[in-house]
Design a protein around this ligand. Sequence first.
Ligand SMILES: C[S@@+](CC[C@H](N)C(=O)[O-])C[C@H]1O[C@@H](n2cnc3c(N)ncnc32)[C@H](O)[C@@H]1O
Length: 278
Amino acid sequence: MSPNTSTVTNPNQALWEKGDFTRIAATMRESADGLIDSLDITPGMKVLDLGAGDGTTALPAARLGADVLAVDIARNLVEAGNRRAQAAGLTNVRFQHGDATNLGDIADASFDLVVSIFGAMFAPKPFDVAKEMVRVTRPGGRIVMGNWIPNDPTLVAQILRISSAYSPPPPEGFISPMMWGVEANVIDRFTKAGVPAGKISFERDTYTFNAPVSPAAYVADFRNYYGPTMNAFAAAEQNGKATKLQGELEELFARQNKSEVAGATSIPATFLRVTVHV
Ligand SMILES: C[S@@+](CC[C@H](N)C(=O)[O-])C[C@H]1O[C@@H](n2cnc3c(N)ncnc32)[C@H](O)[C@@H]1O
């Protein structure tokens, strides 16, 4: 059965299987390469990529010689990741289905480095996620997260801000993924998982989205393939407001586009880079 047509009862999984994140991930590869290059990965290092998508960070880590396990909740992305690894001839990276809130039979202390770039932040139950990331990291190992920042003026926070105005209020008790972009929350979550606050550090970093299409066509890619934006459009359509949402997003993308080439889009976005020494 195709992953997109089978019944999924976990809304978190359904959200990410709904679209095809590979279409957006394809515009994020260059920044991922740069980020992975900065992590001092050495051959044989055991790396877990959590919320790995189709391998935007897992594949470059494997190219540096790491032994990579890439875990994601979306089965279509797990399949896409394994296909990309095979096409690249990489035998030291494996994608498997899993949930960041409960890594199941992954053994304690089994990784030197846990990487989660805009991945684990999207899982519910953030305290469970922090606990699981700490549990599977060996003492002396590291966790590196990339998290979007709420109310930041750059692209992703603004897409979410605009989209939320068209979406129904979240269910009772919902914790926004963007809360992972607030330092005090990150400290709270990791200290409750047993890490002293002094071992958690932060920096602002930049990811650049590079798409070989116009800003308006790039908005259409989000509308057609990016689960959270698909949901916002579905809600807007019910209220007859889809054209207005499209217009607001097109204005945002055009305003933030730094490309001087017609028919290309290049948009830098700020994120919070978190490093935890376990
Ligand atoms: C914005 S994408 C980023 C993917 C990838 N890290 C990248 O940089 O391209 C978010 C990813 O988190 C995954 N995800 C969301 N909730 C998850 C969970 N509870 N457990 C594991 N993965 C999850 C989604 O399926 C999706 O692949």
